[in-house]
Write a protein that binds this ligand. Structure first.
Ligand code: 13P
Length: 290
């Protein structure tokens, strides 16, 4: 199956009351594990690549090429979108689309609303010409975004009127309003703004995106989905599953040196972690739509 945009998968998810997982790529093993988990679960899936990982994984063409080759190698038949996560500029979004990504997030949430609207509008116009989808953010999702620590308690909840203005002016395909979720491990009890979530979804009519999907109680995930969250981003939980497996193996086998000895079990742990999220999000068996 060739890569697809997020458009149909998110509209089907909104209609069918489930969410599609965005799982972030960290390296080859993550990509293999996520694709195989989605295929095993017969679930649509979004592969997220955040900006800091572009140089780490050898550049955008290398990432797009690796994903396409693995889809062919494993005979993946479920819908797969390749999505730039937290693109910070117009330029990086266009470079991702040019390399073969089918979806981009333009994250100008730390700029003024006017600037956010302007750059999101330009990215959306360009992406839609080639049938790619666009996600935008409003408010600040705190915590750790790659190597950047974001801490802004005031901006943690997006303003409904700003969301309507951004959506109406730009024609984006889905919206990530900051509603109290954080990237990375939670410090204390998460407080998601469910009332605001419901209001924003009703006012915009768009599929909503929940960032910081790791470490949230299952009940909060289910409530978010009921209120129109159709895409949930997860990275930290998969990273923790991977690293715990490697740590355990190396502690028990200090003489080991062949990377396959610890990377194969690590890949299996990532796959199990992704499959558990897919089931929780209700997208298992939804490869053909809702
Ligand atoms: P976590 O790492 O907290 O799961 O967040 C992932 C994310 O939101 C990527 O955009």
């Amino acid at each position: 199956m060739t890569l697809v945009s997020m458009k149909d998968m998110l509209l089907q998810a909104l209609k069918g009351n489930y969410a599609v997982g965005q799982f972030n790529l960290n390296n080859l093993e993550f990509t293999q594990a996520i694709l195989q988990a989605a295929q095993e679960e017969q679930a649509p899936v979004i592969l997220g690549v955040s900006e800091a990982y572009i140089p780490y994984m050898g550049g955008l063409p290398c990432i797009a090429g690796m994903v396409k080759a693995l889809i062919e190698h494993y005979g993946i038949t479920v819908p797969v979108a390749l999505h730039l996560d937290h693109g910070s500029t117009y330029e990086v979004c266009i470079r991702a689309l040019h390399a073969g990504f089918t979806s981009v997030m333009i994250d100008a949430s730390h700029h003024s609303l006017e600037f956010n609207i302007d750059v999101t509008q330009r990215v959306t116009q360009a992406a839609h010409v080639i049938g790619a989808t666009v996600e935008a953010e409003l408010g600040r999702i705190t915590g750790r975004e790659d190597d950047l620590v974001v801490d802004d308690a005031d901006g943690m909840y997006a303003v409904s009127e700003d969301c309507v203005a951004l959506v109406n002016a730009t024609g984006i395909d889905c919206l990530a309003p900051a509603l109290g979720s954080v990237h990375g491990p939670y410090r204390g009890q998460p407080k998601l703004g469910f009332e605001r979530m419901e209001e924003i979804q009703k006012l915009t009519g768009l599929p909503l995106v929940l960032h910081g999907g790791s470490g949230l109680p299952d009940a909060e995930i289910r409530r978010a989905i009921e209120l129109g969250t159709s895409k949930i981003n997860v990275n930290t939980d998969n990273q923790m599953a991977c690293t715990a497996t490697i740590r355990r193996f190396l502690n028990e086998n200090p003489q080991a040196y062949d990377p396959r000895n610890y990377l194969i079990p690590a890949r299996e742990a990532i796959m199990a972690s992704v499959q558990a999220k897919i089931r929780l999000f209700g997208s298992s068996g939804k490869a053909g739509g809702s």
